[in-house]
Design a protein around this ligand. Structure first.
Ligand SMILES: *[C@@H]1O[C@H](CO)[C@@H](O)[C@H](O)[C@H]1NC(C)=O
Ligand SMILES: *[C@@H]1O[C@H](CO)[C@@H](O)[C@H](O)[C@H]1NC(C)=O
Ligand SMILES: *[C@@H]1O[C@H](CO)[C@@H](O)[C@H](O)[C@H]1NC(C)=O
Ligand SMILES: *[C@@H]1O[C@H](CO)[C@@H](O)[C@H](O)[C@H]1NC(C)=O
Length: 221
């Protein structure tokens, strides 16, 4: 009798441990990187922080300072939010990196030049120009490819295969932050070779391109 109740207790505690592990796993932090006067802070946040609220981010998130010269090419799996003030640091952090779900918030009133930011594998882009206080819906969102977050496991596995066979690259025109018009994009699919298809677009010359892959090239402006 006592052994069976002991067993039961053990089972219950095992179940509780599993439930707790599941709960903590379900609570995903998101990455927030912000730049301010050549300082880069890389944060892991469990809550959504109002754009460009640097002090709140420092308070609520777990942040580390990243030295400018130590920034390395990397890739980001989940959501990545970047608050930036000028495009040179943004380019250093993001140009030609892999990010699937990106939010860019401009935290200054600077006018940005027509320069492209290249991002591999971008699925969703959100932009915000917090500092300009445009009253009419400052945040905009664009879904570039392979849809909803509620997609089935099967489908996402299929997409994963597709992902490998095909390379997605997006070019974001930084001057779009100056405009009040809505975000637009166009994609060109099944491009065998980027360099020969866009001879006048000099960015492509800088990309190392595996020759036997096809590309989907998206321009966002
Ligand atoms: C920011 O931190 C994440 C992990 O928390 C890491 O994967 C990423 O490389 C870091 N980015 C930079 C620019 O340091
Ligand atoms: C998640 O974010 C909180 C602060 O918002 C931080 O204390 C915690 O360490 C973060 N967890 C991970 C795994 O980075
Ligand atoms: C991204 O890299 C390309 C090619 O090196 C460069 O011409 C462009 O200005 C960079 N974009 C930004 C925003 O730094
Ligand atoms: C692409 O080419 C490389 C060598 O050039 C080869 O190893 C690889 O298997 C090829 N991939 C596909 C999908 O054909």
């Amino acid at each position: 009798m006592s052994s069976s109740s002991g067993c039961c207790l053990l089972l219950i505690s095992v179940l509780i441990i599993f439930a707790l592990a599941h709960l903590t796993k379900g609570q995903k932090n998101s990455t927030l990187i912000f730049t301010k006067e050549n300082t880069i802070r890389n944060c892991s946040c469990s809550a959504d922080i109002q754009d460009c609220d640097y002090s709140l981010a420092n308070l609520m998130c777990s942040c580390k300072t990243v030295l400018l010269f130590s920034v390395e090419q990397t890739s980001y799996q989940g959501h990545l939010t970047i608050w930036f003030t000028d495009i040179s640091v943004l380019g250093l952090l993001l140009n030609f990196t892999l990010v699937q779900d990106l939010k860019l918030s401009l935290c200054s009133t600077n006018t940005l030049p027509t320069e492209y930011l290249a991002v591999w594998g971008l699925k969703r882009l959100r932009i915000n120009t917090e500092a300009k206080q445009q009253s009419s819906a400052p945040e905009q969102s664009l879904l570039i490819h392979s849809g909803s977050e509620s997609e089935s496991k099967e489908k996402s596995m299929y997409l994963h295969k597709d992902w490998q066979a095909c390379m997605y690259i997006s070019f974001i025109d930084m001057a779009l932050f100056n405009r009040e018009s809505s975000l637009k994009s166009y994609s060109i699919e099944n491009i065998a070779s980027i360099t020969s298809n866009f001879p006048y677009f000099s960015y492509f010359k800088t990309i190392p391109t595996p020759s036997n892959k096809s590309f989907v090239v998206t321009f966002i402006y």
